[in-house]
Design a binder for this molecule. Structure first.
Ligand SMILES: [Zn+2]
Length: 457
């Protein structure tokens, strides 16, 4: 009898779990249908890219983006929309950079360069020096101060195309952009040219932040297009380059006041359990910041709209956050976590979309084992939408500081093949985003937020 009872219970248990899964898959289908039929993400993205445009921290574009995304959040049905003040660095590019190489045949080779973000500018007369090419820090160190002093160092590290995930290749190559200037300056270099971090050979230089090391001289740093890097390298190998001239006009100004933009739907049952979903509102100055990270912002706004459209109020509080200053300071993400620490609420999960608005492949999790087990159990619900990869590790730069509060971090992982082609370049425009891919990403984000809002984590 006892055995039969247990058997019956387990059958009933399985049945109720199955029923629950069916119910959840129906809700997720409703979310998907609503996003594809009534979604606002694409039109919001058009506005953000075309009416607002570049949104570097401290710029007028960033200020306008704050105002406009607050409006979008209200229109999406957030109960509360508010701005969270934070001070941000203000860096300006100034007039277009000039780069050229004087060749031994008397000709001049134009170098298509852009200043790296946070770089100091050159003197008004520019800098002129001979150039030394290296493919790694090991090569730089081997040259030593003797062969580097007074010169311009050219880091020509090619992003490794063998990595299937382009973020991995980006991470490897990124050290030359971030640490290259200080490491060259330590050996007496007076400027650096860094090969653009992109796997394609084209003539679009990509910017991105560099970081000066305390105590080392700050020298001007620029990125050259990948095509330019190949041509410059060939000319150097043929011993044709006599001198290189670089002129940049960028400068660092005092910090200014800016904001994270937050829209919230209060939870009905557990209002003090907070789910954060966000992207970063700032972009580099060269681009419309469509994939980086306009898509993450409009997707997060859309999560609120879609949740309301299919179910009214979620059980737990859902916050869409447009983080300010991811690109050159992370001040917004840092401020959000700092305030969260003192809010007296439970920040159970944070999700970020900051890897482009491409077809979603899945998620990456930074969470404890119980949280991971729960997340893995939901995996089959995502199969119809192609989000099949549930991987260990991931999150996002802006939500990273929340980890200290025990928050489970989730990063949306879209297909990475085309992202680095346009990342931080003028080609990162609205037209490079597919409406369907953007919407599909939003569907899986909303589904995940719905599940956590419903069942906790
Ligand atoms: Zn980004």
């Amino acid at each position: 009898m006892k055995k039969i009872g247990l058997f019956l219970l387990s059958v009933l248990g399985i049945t109720s779990v199955t029923a629950q899964v069916n119910l959840d898959s129906l809700v997720i289908k409703k979310i998907s249908d609503d996003i594809f039929m009534n979604g606002q993400a694409y039109s919001n993205l058009r506005y953000l890219c075309k009416q607002v445009g570049p949104r570097l921290s401290g710029s007028s574009g960033a200020a306008l983006a704050v105002e406009q995304t607050a409006r979008m959040l209200r229109e999406a049905g957030a109960d509360t929309v508010y701005l969270q003040p934070c001070m941000v660095p203000k860096w300006e590019r100034g007039a277009k950079e000039v780069g050229k190489a004087t060749l031994s045949n008397g000709k001049t080779m134009t170098l298509n360069i852009v200043a790296l973000g946070m770089s100091v500018g050159t003197p008004a007369s520019g800098i002129t020096a001979s150039i030394v090419e290296v493919k790694s820090f090991a090569e730089l160190e081997a040259l030593g101060a003797d062969q580097v002093k007074g010169k311009i160092v050219f880091y020509n590290f090619r992003m490794d195309p063998r990595h299937i995930n382009t973020f991995r290749a980006y991470g490897e190559a990124g050290v030359y952009r971030s640490q290259g200037p200080s490491r060259a300056a330590a050996l007496g270099a007076i400027g650096v040219i860094v090969r653009t971090l992109s796997p394609v050979i084209d003539d679009n230089p990509h910017t991105g932040a560099t970081r000066y090391e305390e105590g080392k001289p700050k020298i001007p740093a620029v990125a050259i297009s990948t095509l330019g890097a190949e041509e410059l390298s060939k000319a150097i190998a043929a011993k044709q380059v006599k001198q290189v001239y670089i002129k940049t006009n960028c400068r660092q100004l005092d910090d200014v006041l800016s904001y994270n933009v937050i829209g919230e739907i209060k939870g009905t049952t557990f209002p003090d359990e907070i789910i954060t979903v966000g992207g970063h509102l700032d972009s580099w100055d060269l681009a419309e910041g469509a994939h980086d990270d306009g898509t993450g912002c409009v997707q997060s706004i859309e999560v609120l709209r879609a949740l309301k459209a299919v179910g009214g109020q979620p059980k737990r509080t859902v916050r869409a956050v447009m983080f300010m200053n991811e690109e050159n300071g992370l001040r917004g993400g840092t401020k959000y976590a700092e305030i969260a620490k003192n809010e007296g609420k439970k920040f159970i999960m944070a999700m970020e979309s900051d890897a482009g608005g491409f077809t979603p492949r899945g998620f990456g999790f930074t969470a404890n084992s119980l949280q991971k087990e729960k997340l893995m159990n939901w995996k089959p619900l995502f199969h119809p939408y192609g989000a099949l990869e549930f991987n260990e590790g991931g999150g996002g730069a802006d939500i990273g500081p929340l980890r200290g509060l025990g928050t489970a971090l989730i990063g949306l992982n879209p297909d990475s093949q085309r992202y680095m082609d346009l990342h931080h370049a003028k080609t990162d425009v609205f037209e490079a985003v597919s409406e369907r891919e953007l919407n599909l990403g939003t569907v899986v984000m909303t589904a995940m937020v719905y599940l956590v809002a419903q069942y906790g984590l």
